[in-house]
Design a protein around this ligand. Structure first.
Ligand SMILES: CC(=O)N[C@H]1[C@@H](OP(=O)(O)OP(=O)(O)OC[C@H]2O[C@@H](n3ccc(=O)[nH]c3=O)[C@H](O)[C@@H]2O)O[C@H](CO)[C@@H](O)[C@@H]1O[C@H](C)C(=O)N[C@@H](C)C(=O)N[C@H](CCC(=O)O)C(=O)O
Ligand SMILES: Nc1ncnc2c1ncn2[C@@H]1O[C@H](COP(=O)(O)OP(=O)(O)OP(=O)(O)O)[C@@H](O)[C@H]1O
Ligand SMILES: N[C@H](CCC[C@H](N)C(=O)O)C(=O)O
Ligand SMILES: [Mg+2]
Length: 497
């Protein structure tokens, strides 16, 4: 596409230089620039992308898009815009040919349960014979090909490039996590969702959204988008957890298309789970749809997973998937890496690695562990740095209320002092202790070893917060760290005396 064609979708734009050049790629990161790239200069929270123009030009950029007056080497075209984010939202999907309008798109939003739901949907759609791409916290999947990811929902440039790749490789469906940050920043511009799930709304990310109301309104944008004026596909459905009273009210207010609600408590839920049983071996429940009762005997457990599964059933039915395929797939679904994942090394106590990193996530997972625990429940957890500080004492309180042994440790401290984060966690732990045991061990590896050392026959050790992550982000840089690996090492050490 030529620069002239590309800028035709922009309004407030001034182009300095040759507009007949062909653009072959768009990047905002100078390290990803190649021949004939348009380099988009973004002033970020850490650095100003305009500073990297020389590197981008060296790497092959033939044009730059910027809000600033910049000096460029001769022959480089400058596209000057008023608002770089608005400009990207318009021209990047156009450049890639609107791939997010060509495939069926399922978006999942909510504080917790997004990754879990997308993985279940992927399996259902694949078993129904479709080619599926997935975008979310852990990685990008294009059928079986895996690519790394930096955000739960990538920015508009990375997202459109990924969607274009998926379209080119023949994906019928894209199932993706749509984070509140992404909705607020409009990273999903140019996407057209067909079915959207709302899992729940509980406290997180208040550092960014400031209030729960703003957080809810960011999520509601996904539901607004289902009835936007410029849609090209038909058959939109919102699938909403109606047991989440506050969140569902906002999401439903913003829904103007077909609606499927789900829940366990609410009497009017379209999909209402009955006879729910939570066992260590898995959850079971029944749900009625179109006057037929479907019975589910799952391998995953926990009330929270029953909710995730109800949302998934709703989305799959909205996409007209055969109920028999939905049932068979969900009954065989085992787990997502780092989500209530059992670490089995032949020890006589259970070790679970889980990604709970919000108050509600931690409460749910501790309650589930408590329901299936034969003896004591030992929890190792912490809170991330440079993230919502107000959740720290709340998570501390929940851990102290629900576990027998509480080991507070570091998560990803990022640029913060780990001791300071822990002091905020402990402000919640200490007043809530009721004769139960507590230790503060800043080093996460030591904390995991200590929990496993303390574990006795039939106890459960829950290592929460980092799930699948194989790194720890410290002030000094990112190091390799994997809760599961460390747990295995500790268990083996204990078994070998
Ligand atoms: C606050 C926020 O969202 N920041 C996002 C933002 O980074 P930033 O503004 O700090 O960018 P920056 O590092 O200052 O760089 C500015 C520009 O210089 C460019 N650059 C930089 C270095 C270089 O050598 N060359 C170069 O060109 C960068 O590519 C960028 O365009 O743009 C980056 C690229 O798109 C994002 O990866 C980054 O997400 C950071 C890592 C982040 O932690 N975001 C969190 C808050 C987030 O978005 N989370 C949500 C929800 C998670 C969930 O609950 O599931 C998510 O969707 O991930
Ligand atoms: N429906 C749910 N309600 C509450 N907690 C949940 C639910 N589903 C999962 N969890 C808990 O939250 C953790 C994270 O789950 P998952 O990764 O599916 O959520 P997510 O929404 O993708 O999170 P993120 O915001 O980091 O992308 C799980 O390990 C589990 O402890
Ligand atoms: N997507 C979430 C993940 C948090 C994971 C936890 N390990 C942490 O670092 O706080 C976030 O960026 O807030
Ligand atoms: Mg996720």
């Amino acid at each position: 596409m030529t620069i002239e064609q590309l800028v035709s979708v922009l309004k407030d734009v001034e182009v300095l230089g040759d507009t007949s050049k062909e653009i072959e790629f768009i990047a905002h990161d100078s390290r990803r620039v190649r021949k004939n790239t348009l380099f988009v200069c973004i002033s970020g929270t850490r650095v100003d992308g305009n500073k990297f123009i020389p590197q981008a030009v060296d790497a092959g950029a033939c044009a730059v898009m910027t809000e600033k007056d910049v000096t460029v080497p001769e022959g480089i075209t400058v596209i000057k815009v008023k608002n770089i984010h608005k400009a990207m939202e318009l021209c990047v999907p156009y450049f890639w040919g609107y791939p997010g309008k060509k495939m069926r798109m399922i978006g999942v939003t909510g504080t917790n349960g997004k990754t879990s739901s997308t993985y279940m949907l992927r399996d259902i759609l694949r078993n129904a014979g479709y080619k599926v791409g997935v975008i979310g916290t852990i990685k990008i999947m294009i059928e079986d090909e895996e690519l790394p990811i930096h955000n739960t929902t990538p920015d508009v440039i990375d997202l459109q490039e990924t969607l274009a790749k998926m379209y080119e490789k023949g994906m019928d469906y894209v199932v993706m996590e749509v984070s509140s940050h992404a909705l607020d920043m409009n990273r999903v511009a140019g996407c057209e969702y067909d079915t959207a799930i709302f899992t729940n709304l509980t406290q997180d990310h208040l550092d960014y959204h400031k209030t729960m109301e703003n957080y809810a309104l960011a999520k509601a944008k996904l539901f607004d988008s289902l009835s936007a004026p410029d849609l090209v596909k038909t058959g939109k459905t919102a699938v909403i957890n109606i047991d989440d009273e506050l969140g569902s009210k906002t999401m439903i207010e913003h829904t103007k298309c077909d609606l499927i609600t789900y829940g366990i408590k609410h009497k009017d839920a379209t999909l209402k789970a009955e006879n729910v049983e939570i066992k260590a071996s898995g959850a079971s429940f029944e749900v009625e749809y179109n006057n037929e009762v479907m019975h589910f005997d799952l391998k995953v457990t926990g009330m929270f997973n029953v909710y995730n599964i109800l949302g998934v059933i709703g989305a799959a039915l909205a996409e007209h998937i055969n109920p028999a395929i939905i049932k068979e797939t969900l009954e065989n679904f085992e787990s997502v890496a780092g989500r209530f994942e059992l670490v089995r090394q032949g020890q006589d106590f259970s070790v679970i690695v889980d990604y709970a990193h919000t108050p509600d996530g931690l409460e749910n997972v501790l309650k589930t562990a408590r329901e299936i625990a034969k003896k004591r429940l030992i929890v190792v957890f912490g809170c991330g740095g440079d993230r919502d500080r107000t959740k720290r004492p709340i998570m501390g309180r929940i851990a102290a209320q629900l576990a027998d042994v509480v080991i507070a440790t570091s998560d990803n401290p990022r640029t913060e002092d780990p001791e300071f984060i822990l002091s905020e966690v402990e402000a919640g732990v200490l007043p809530a202790l009721h004769g139960n045991f507590h230790e503060k061990i800043t080093d996460r590896r030591h904390a995991i070893f200590r929990a496993i050392e303390l574990a006795q026959k039939d106890d459960i050790v829950l290592i929460a917060g980092k799930g699948h992550e194989n790194y720890q982000i410290l002030k000094t840089g990112t190091i390799h760290f994997d809760d599961k690996e460390v747990a295995i090492e500790a268990i083996r050490g204990k078994l070998n005396g």
